[in-house]
Unconditional design. Structure first.
Length: 599
């Protein structure tokens, strides 16, 4: 079986030259950013007590899923045959499908395996009641969500630029594109759009890769798995099976679709240059890694080298995985990568990469040193070692205490009911990594959900109650959905709803820089992250005690818009200038209340 995605894989010489040239000529000149004072957590590197006390936590979380109407129970379809898909869990996607300014939640169901069309296996759509109670109503049937495939992930984005969030759902076999009709219902437009795909799809992401103002689609696939070819793994003499290691199955390639702007897509996997990269993909993040204005792709692979696809323009990519420094660990070997994310973690304005890995491996933190080159700082940053006994899946970057920097949430859970490593369990607690603003982390759970062991998979963050703090939805394999509500009571914040004109309507791929009297913060907007999931599409900035001064938005079209900072404590709608000029325009009125229940 052909596999070129291992350490030492052949990278075309042209790619190497191009990347190195890029590093020299295009390294963004971003000043070092100041960040507000660190919260009262232990300094990185300082020995921690075995059980960190909760007292210094700047905020706490509690699971409110059941109480708020999200009574979702994931079914993984575990069989005596121990088919590998049964271990993978599902994802969640936040979207405002009815445009009322309140984030609704799509939850992917897996179901019986192999899938048998049971209605039980239907994904669920929960409408945020938006009435100040923070509650949800199951609107699945009303919305016309009818997919009964063995579900994996979901990503929400406005692919047809009509101002409404659509949904792409990945499945074990056969993906689904739901177009939002704008009246509370969706239509399955998969066949017309031509994005069903084949094989075992996992995570997906929308981005405008060719810069024409329409969102294209990248779909990650795991490995070449056939139900009828399930190996026997476990104890042959006793006849007891367990799940096979992914190394037993051949790697496969990912899929890339160009948006034709008429409701259809063209499969450009071959012509784009990504087809030859065979891996075992589970997570994907789109980010402009080298700052050239074109969105690049990073894929977390399980046991094979992670992929870095550098966007050359014209829907062409080069595989720079090895030379980027983010393909392998500092030890020169691949990890079992699952969830992935990108964000400026050390405050220099460049997007860094993080990956949640399997047990007996650290989580990865690849610091962007400019020009699309990364250094592995997993261990010295404090992000790696606390993860050794955990298997990480969902991975979100969010400013947990509105302090002006991105912290990391990792949803953990093993894949084997009886793990082989001593001290490793099937169910695991999630982890919260507090960032000091310079990319140094202290792991400290805050609240009851961080003491509870569950088998977590996809996770996504959103401010579901519009109170300005970020909350987290977690899908648990074979267990109940969790909604971790952030108790708040910390720093200031401001939120943005971007509306593209020349760019894609949702503004996916915008680079937003907020300047305050304490420094600068940079965010990228995206659709698709973590593991099998997508988060609140709005831009969220924590302020601490800082006063916002100005805002700069580099739209995907290349238009750079500068404007006075919008008011703190609310979400503000900002439209891309039509004419491509650089106006000093005042922000438009807020589109959603700053407090639940207010008009
Ligand atoms: Ca809504
Ligand atoms: Ca496009
Ligand atoms: Ca780029
Ligand atoms: Ca909130």
């Amino acid at each position: 079986m052909k596999s070129r995605n291992l350490a030492g894989a052949a990278i075309p010489a042209t790619a190497l030259v191009a990347l190195l040239t890029l590093a020299v000529t295009a390294a963004p000149s971003v000043a070092t950013l100041a960040v507000p004072a660190a919260p009262s957590v232990a300094a990185p590197g300082r020995p921690k007590p075995a059980k960190a006390p909760d007292a210094p936590c700047p905020t706490f979380f509690r699971d409110v899923a059941a109480a708020r109407g999200l009574s979702f129970q994931h079914e993984r379809g575990a069989t005596p045959e121990h088919q590998l898909p049964e271990t993978m869990g599902s994802g969640v996607a936040w979207l405002d499908y009815d445009g009322d300014g309140w984030m609704d939640l799509y939850v992917v169901q897996s179901g019986p395996f192999p899938p048998n069309g049971s209605a039980r296996a239907r994904d669920r759509l929960y409408r945020n009641n938006g009435d100040g109670t923070g509650t949800f109503t199951d609107v699945t049937e009303k919305a016309g969500i009818a997919d009964t495939a063995y579900g994996m992930g979901a990503v929400a984005a406005d692919f047809d630029n009509d101002g409404r969030a659509d949904l792409f759902v990945t499945n074990f076999e056969g993906n689904i594109l739901y177009r939002n009709n704008g009246d509370g219902t969706f239509t399955d437009v998969t066949a017309k759009a031509g994005v069903r795909g084949s094989g075992w799809a996992t995570s997906a992401a929308f981005a405008d890769f060719d810069g024409d103002g329409w969102l294209d689609l990248f779909v990650v696939r795991y490995l070449d798995y056939r139900v009828e070819k399930n190996f026997f793994c476990g104890d042959v003499e006793k006849g007891t099976r367990e799940y096979c290691h992914p190394s037993l199955y051949p790697p496969i390639g990912n899929l890339l679709y160009r948006n034709n702007r008429d409701g259809t897509f063209t499969d450009v996997t071959e012509s784009s240059g990504i087809a030859g990269a065979l891996g075992k993909g589970l997570g994907v993040i789109v980010s402009d890694l080298d700052g050239d204005g074109r969105p690049d792709v990073y894929v977390a692979n399980d046991t094979t080298m992670n992929f870095v696809f550098h966007n050359l323009g014209g829907m062409r990519f080069e595989d720079v995985s090895l030379v980027s420094g983010a393909g392998l660990s500092i030890f020169g070997r691949p990890f079992g990568g699952m969830g992935v994310n990108a964000g400026d973690l050390d405050g220099d304005g460049l997007p860094d990469l993080v990956v949640a890995n399997f047990e007996a491996e650290p989580n990865s933190y690849y610091r962007n040193v400019g020009g699309g080159i990364f250094e592995d700082l997993s261990t010295p940053s404090g992000f790696g070692a606390p993860a050794f006994s955990f298997s990480g899946f969902g991975l979100n970057l969010l400013d947990v205490a509105n302090a002006g920097r991105l912290d990391a949430f990792v949803a953990n859970g093993h894949v084997l009911e009886v793990p082989h490593q001593q001290g490793v369990t099937y169910a695991e607690r999630p982890q919260l990594f507090w960032n000091d603003g310079k990319g140094r982390f202290v792991e400290r759970g805050c609240g009851e959900p961080f003491r509870k062991a569950v088998v977590s998979r996809g996770s996504a963050s959103a401010d579901f109650d519009n109170d300005g703090d970020l909350d987290i939805a977690v899908s648990n394999s074979g267990g109940p959905l969790e909604l971790l509500e952030n108790a708040g009571g910390h720093g200031g914040w401001l939120g943005l709803v971007l509306v593209g004109r020349r760019s894609n309507r949702q503004g996916v791929g915008a680079r937003v820089t907020l300047t305050t009297d304490a420094g600068r913060q940079v965010r990228e907007t995206r659709a698709g992250e973590s593991y099998l999931s997508s988060s609140d599409p709005r831009v969220h900035f924590g302020l601490g005690t800082a006063t916002p001064k100005s805002l700069e938005i580099r739209w995907p079209s290349g238009v750079v818009q500068t404007l006075p900072a919008p008011p703190a404590g609310r979400y503000t709608r900002i439209e891309e200038p039509d004419d491509g000029a650089k106006p000093e325009s005042a922000p438009a009125p807020a589109v959603s209340p700053s407090r639940p229940g207010s008009p």
